[in-house]
Design a protein. Structure first.
Length: 345
């Protein structure tokens, strides 16, 4: 591990020097004593560092094969209750085995995630916990070059050569949509999270669509709305769907917070759930069972998923045998927000 990191570093600094058209010594001065070189030269070398993907301080993490006993985690946002719950579980486990966690957020921006990963590695983290399997190619290359262990959380992709722990999002969403189909609904709307740089959201939409297609039900573009992860946006989506001349009788949602917004707007607009509209969520947040009506949803054991991610990295770093792909079971929790469609008068 130490030899590989040092080799990658030496190759990296030579590549930076070649990219910037300066000597290795000049690159070293710009990185270690930046005041000794001009601002324009610093900028040129900084751009070369960016282009090459060089991590200046990575060798320090491998001195004498010592480890920092720190892990980094990059999540899209901490506004998402599921991420907060997962990070809390991960932190608790790591603390119990003497590890520290560094946390950063990417805002669903792959370039930002790349920069955050580079920063965490430069600070000597032993491994990374990443959300999903949608990452910048340069990030994958960097992790391989510096031999940084990592694991993708929240997805189960046994067809991919990367460690992962999570649920089958496509299969779980298929089950959610199948539930309202089994109840007799034929006009089914979808309110999903934004799919850009979010493979979990994309997989859930694919699962919804598969259930509809298998039952020869229409997948109407006007019945599918993508929204950011906020109640306000979810309510606006529901307001639009409920205003349609031919509106859905059921709505399947990409997560519970979106489902909360749909429930709130349905009530505000004078619709009774589930008499006039059935609603299904995804995640089973704490509030889902306390709402009136309580929310039918897909339950995913978030805390256990993130703890398993930590266990994988700690065991891998200790040289123990590990399972690369770990599937986490999901279950449909049927509550009060779903029922057969109202019979036409």
């Amino acid at each position: 591990m130490a030899f590989a990191s040092e080799k990658a570093s030496k190759q990296g600094i030579r590549a930076v020097a070649a990219q910037a058209g300066v000597s290795i010594a000049t690159v070293s001065r710009a990185l270690n004593t930046p005041d000794t070189v001009s601002a324009s030269l610093r900028a040129r070398i900084a751009q070369a560092v960016e282009d090459v993907g060089y991590i200046p301080h990575a060798p320090a993490r491998a001195l004498s094969s010592r480890r920092s006993r720190t892990l980094g985690a990059i999540v899209p946002t901490i506004d998402n209750t599921m991420f907060a719950r997962g990070i809390a579980s991960l932190q608790k486990y790591l603390s119990s085995v003497g590890y520290m966690l560094f946390l950063t957020t990417s805002g669903y921006d792959l370039d930002v995630e790349l920069q955050q990963a580079r920063s965490l590695i430069s600070r000597g983290v032993d491994g990374l916990v990443l959300r999903g399997d949608c990452h910048h190619d340069a990030l994958r290359k960097m992790l391989a070059d510096y031999q940084i262990p990592f694991i993708n959380v929240g997805v189960y992709r046994p067809d991919r050569p990367y460690p992962c722990v999570g649920t089958d999002n496509e299969g779980a969403a298929h089950r959610a949509a199948s539930h309202v189909i089994e109840l007799g609904h034929k006009r089914i709307g979808i309110v999903s999270a934004l799919q850009r740089n979010n493979d979990r959201a994309g997989a859930r939409v694919a699962g919804f669509h598969r259930a509809l297609a298998e039952n020869k039900l229409p997948i109407r573009p006007e019945w599918h709305v993508e929204v950011p992860y906020t109640l306000d946006d979810a309510r606006e989506a529901a307001r639009y769907l409920l205003s349609l001349k031919e509106r859905p009788t059921a709505v399947v949602c990409g997560n519970d917070v979106i489902a909360y917004g749909v429930l709130l707007e349905a009530e505000r607009s004078g619709f009774a759930v589930p008499r006039d509209l059935s609603v299904v969520g995804f995640d089973d947040l704490d509030w889902s069972r306390h709402l009136r009506p309580s929310l039918t949803t897909i339950q995913v054991p978030t805390a256990a998923t993130w703890q398993r991610a930590g266990e994988y990295l700690v065991r891998h770093l200790a040289g123990e045998q590990t399972i690369m792909h770990h599937e986490v079971d999901y279950s449909l929790i049927v509550r009060e927000s779903t029922a057969p469609p109202r019979s036409p008068k």
